[in-house]
Write a protein that binds this ligand. Structure first.
Ligand code: FAD
Length: 365
């Protein structure tokens, strides 16, 4: 077996599709993960906040080749140029349903199910000839795609439901947080007829959701890679600050609800103390950093990998420098790969790591 992919989410599927496109057969790849359906974890989170449109554009797809993107696929399927016109002005956001149908088709056509094995991997070790994965192997090439290391739950709201867990809305809802999930939940709860309190310590940042374009250009990325570790970490910290996009779509419903007395902002839960049966929703994102991921923490300790703050230090091609050479590859994809690519936790980021991994695997093929 040449390759092991650890984790079985969207980044794993993007990598699998890329390797298959590069000529590897299903028998040469094993995917060891907790979910046979690679969309399950993401789909549940997106459904919980009632996301119906992708945040990404046409290129946010899982197939190996860039072309055709989702806009072309939808245009062909519907026999309508509308998706193409929208993507020409960067305003095409495929529906979640469209994206999931596409993911299902990639899963089917690539043979994912032939390579998938259910497992929660605890230990990856470098050995002669590659890496063992929970004692199995050695695999010359391994990509770790374990996703976010769990949901962040604020200590002061022990009974809260997390925004990324399935939930309905009570008639009185307090939403903790000030990012995209929080903003989505204010509108969801108001739509459901609830009275809503936004609990936040500071005014939310308003900026477009996506990591700025410059980090996708060769030159911008080269500048990021050339910066000092301190600067790089500061950039990543800044990019991970909670924010949601500017615009009337968000502001108008909130203004109306405020005028009706159905929406207000508090800096602490004190103002809601008198509420009976208030539902607290924690829109507080994910736990952060490799230390919260037992597999990554164990790997870092066992091989004394270089880290900076909460990040594993990676080469620009998303590989672990001391464990990667001409004969073997240890790659990281997803949020844990931000040191190599600031937008690692997106579908575009998954493909960045996947393509670099394929180049190394195929070099020795
Ligand atoms: C609500 C929401 C909406 C988003 N919308 C978009 C969007 O529109 N466009 C976009 O580009 N991005 C979007 N993103 C960001 C991004 O695409 C997701 O975070 C994506 O799920 C990342 O994929 P992943 O494979 O890294 O992680 P996941 O999809 O979480 O998959 C990781 C998998 O690995 C498993 N795993 C973990 N540890 C182990 C282990 N030790 N052994 C075996 N398996 C393990 C996990 O259980 C899980 O199944 C969104 C994110 C969220 C939360």
């Amino acid at each position: 077996m040449r390759c092991a992919i650890v984790g079985s989410g969207l980044a794993a599927l993007a990598t699998y599709a890329t390797l298959r496109h590069g000529g590897l057969r299903p028998e040469e790849i094993v995917v060891l993960g907790t979910h046979e359906d690679p969309t399950e974890v993401w789909r549940t989170r997106a459904a919980s906040i009632r996301q119906t449109r992708m945040r990404s554009e046409s290129e946010g797809h899982l197939a190996a080749a860039s072309f055709p993107g989702l806009a072309v696929r939808e245009a062909l399927r519907r026999g309508s140029p509308a998706p193409l016109l929208r993507t020409a002005v960067n305003r095409y956001h495929p529906s979640v349903r469209e994206f999931l149908a596409h993911a299902e088709s990639v899963r089917r056509h690539t043979g994912w199910d032939r390579s998938f094995r259910p497992a929660r991997v605890e230990r990856v070790r470098a050995v002669d000839g590659g890496f063992t994965v929970d004692g199995e192997g050695p695999f010359p090439h391994v990509l770790l795609a374990t996703g976010h290391p769990g949901l962040a739950r604020p200590d002061d709201y022990p009974g809260a439901v997390h925004a990324y867990e399935p939930h309905e809305y009570a008639s009185k809802v307090a939403v903790v947080g000030a990012g995209m999930a929080a903003a989505t939940e204010w509108l969801n709860a108001l739509d459901a007829g609830a009275e809503v309190v936004s609990i936040r310590r500071r005014e939310p940042l308003r900026r477009p959701l996506n990591v700025p374009r410059r980090f996708f250009s060769k030159r911008g990325l080269a500048r990021f890679h050339a910066s000092t570790p301190e600067l790089r970490a500061a950039t990543l910290r800044e990019l991970s600050n909670a924010s949601y996009p500017p615009g009337a779509t968000w502001d108008e419903p909130l203004r109306r609800a405020e005028a009706e007395g159905r929406f207000r902002v508090e800096s602490s839960p004190n103002g809601t103390a008198s509420w009976n049966g208030v539902q607290v929703i924690a829109a507080t994102g994910f736990r952060r950093g490799f230390r919260n991921d037992p597999l990554l923490a164990d790997l870092v300790d066992a091989h004394e990998l270089t880290t900076h703050d909460r990040w594993i230090v990676l080469d620009p091609d998303s590989t672990v420098p001391v464990l990667t050479d001409a004969a073997r590859t240890l790659s990281v994809a997803g949020v844990a790969a931000q040191w190599a690519f600031p937008a690692a936790d997106t579908i575009a980021g998954a493909k960045y790591a996947a393509r670099a991994f394929k180049r190394r695997v195929c070099r020795t093929h």
